[in-house]
Design a binder for this molecule. Structure first.
Ligand SMILES: Nc1ncnc2c1ncn2[C@@H]1O[C@H](COP(=O)(O)OP(=O)(O)OP(=O)(O)O)[C@@H](O)[C@H]1O
Ligand SMILES: [Mg+2]
Length: 352
């Protein structure tokens, strides 16, 4: 391989266009993205909803040698099995009721470019077999056809759940998992990189000021504090929505705490009062009701399921209260640090 003038860029952890955040966790994302972009390897993007998986998928395409080729996104979670099959692979006339014309699929559309398979965990067993073949052999047949189509496209997939857990539960093929997971990139949840919040708020303020012809230039210390304290289940997308709402509602040039949703400020109050155990109680109650309501015998025992969910919540809360410092959290929980480390990993709570 020849050395290009930008070769030093490949290992750089400098930011990517449109992706904000300079926390160590995000810099690692930038480094990995730049490093793998130029290869043909499949990339699996893992992260909770709203953490920026789609932004990274686009960046991977733009930084790749295929940047002038098409970038095609398919949301595998939005279609039924047969519609998704025809969307991905195309069909021939008469293949099923309503298939009046031959139609090429999204894999063919992505030829020489990149295909981004979003919510890959939603695919059924039948489609997983077909996807495995495309990844291995780079070929497939349109639905209802016998002729084989060859494609050259880079596959990026995303899942917003723990895909290994899906493999273990028998819902996702292990061979497909390994094929996709050549290079995994984990997008950290916002609550694990709170230091990026001010920068993100600044970025979204700029965007929404411009869009709404406003000039909200400052953020009050209480507002920043509330944003830093909140646990962000919807991650950056949720933050973006709150900033937009605040800009639209603002009277002056400051983002004040009263412009934020009550649920955020409520969360902050809860944190400093003693109501946390009640949260766990509510969670347990809801889980038990859910378990009792489920028809027939369950795959996992109700006990294991509920204990795991409650333990996950307990650890997440204690970690947040300890600013994600594992030694502190382990001491508070009264468990060994290695045990905590293992559990963080097991529960997808960002333990490396
Ligand atoms: N680091 C970031 N910097 C700037 N904007 C971001 C960042 N992360 C996410 N966003 C914004 O948040 C929104 C959600 O991001 P994106 O769609 O990439 O998330 P996702 O991980 O694909 O979520 P989902 O699993 O729900 O599809 C988008 O509007 C995106 O622009
Ligand atoms: Mg997405």
């Amino acid at each position: 391989m020849t050395t290009t003038p930008q070769a030093h860029d490949t290992n750089s952890n400098s930011s990517l266009p449109e992706i904000i955040g300079s926390s160590p966790a995000m810099r690692e994302v930038y480094r990995l993205t730049r490093q793998v972009a130029k290869s043909k390897a499949s990339v699996l993007l893992l992260g909770e909803t709203g953490t920026g998986k789609e932004l990274v998928a686009k960046a991977l395409h733009r930084l790749s040698l295929r940047k002038n080729g098409p970038y095609v996104r398919v949301n595998c979670g939005a279609l039924t099995e047969s519609l998704l099959e025809s969307e991905l692979f195309g069909h021939v006339a008469g293949a099923f009721t309503g298939a009046v014309k031959n139609r090429s699929g999204r894999f063919e559309a992505a030829h020489t470019g990149t295909i981004f398979l979003d919510e890959i965990n939603s695919t059924t067993a039948k489609l997983q077999v077909k996807l495995l073949r495309v990844l291995q052999e780079r070929e497939f047949e349109r639905v209802g056809d016998t002729q084989t189509v060859q494609v050259d496209c880079r596959v990026i997939a995303a899942a917003n759940c723990d895909l290994m857990e899906e493999v273990e539960a028998g819902r996702f093929r292990e061979d497909l998992y390994y094929r996709l997971n050549v290079v995994p990139i984990h997008l950290p949840p916002l609550r694990e990189r709170r230091e990026d919040i001010p920068e993100l708020v600044g970025h979204f303020l700029n965007d929404y000021n411009e869009e709404n012809d406003r000039y909200v230039a400052h953020i009050s210390p209480q507002a920043i504090e509330a944003l830093q304290e909140y646990h962000w289940p919807g991650n950056v997308r949720e933050l973006q929505n709150y900033v937009e709402r605040a800009v639209v509602m603002a009277q002056g040039d400051e983002l004040t705490v009263d412009l934020l949703p009550a649920s955020i400020i409520g969360g902050q109050r809860k944190r400093s009062s003693r109501s946390r155990p009640a949260d766990l109680e509510t969670l347990t109650y809801e889980l038990v009701q859910e378990g009792l309501g489920a028809a027939g015998p369950q795959e996992d025992s109700m006990h294991t399921k509920i204990v795991n969910r409650v333990e996950r919540e307990l650890i997440a809360q204690v970690m947040a209260a300890c600013d994600n410092v594992q030694v502190k959290a382990a001491a508070r929980l009264g468990i060994n640090r290695n045990t905590l480390h293992k559990k963080l990993k097991e529960y997808g709570l960002g333990g490396e």
